[in-house]
Ligand binder design. Sequence first.
Ligand code: SF4
Ligand code: ZN
Length: 145
Amino acid sequence: MSRDWTLDAPCRGRDGFTPSEDDWSTTADLKRLCGPQLAVCGPCPFHAVCIATVKPAQARFDGVAGGRLWCNGEVVDALDDVFEDELTEPKLRASCGTEAGAKDHRRHGERVCPSCAQAEREMSARRKAAKARQPQQLQLDFATT
Ligand code: SF4
Ligand SMILES: [Zn+2]
């Protein structure tokens, strides 16, 4: 039988990963109470299994799990160096295939689906192209005044 991974988790025996119901009411309270515990997740090798076990989105979890801070099952803060593939499979939504769809996936603490990722890349490329055209346009406008 394989060893229980929670025995080796850095948070084992530590408090403050989930707030007491009476101690908070806003996301800011949650960040203040649990945010400092995020650093404990930094060296933890169990981000993915932690998220798969806690199921933050389904459980509407409040607290720290998998290197992210969750509020009502949505990611409200995260360590800088977390990987998207640690998150659960994306759900298909009406917003899929758009930038807003990608935001919805992130809000629900899941990976971004391929069509939303594609939409994000395309919109980002369009914005870059539009930005690159701007100085020339300004020069043209200036020349005509
Ligand atoms: S990722 Fe999960 S198991 Fe690892 S330290 Fe954070 S809360 Fe604990
Ligand atoms: Zn999608």
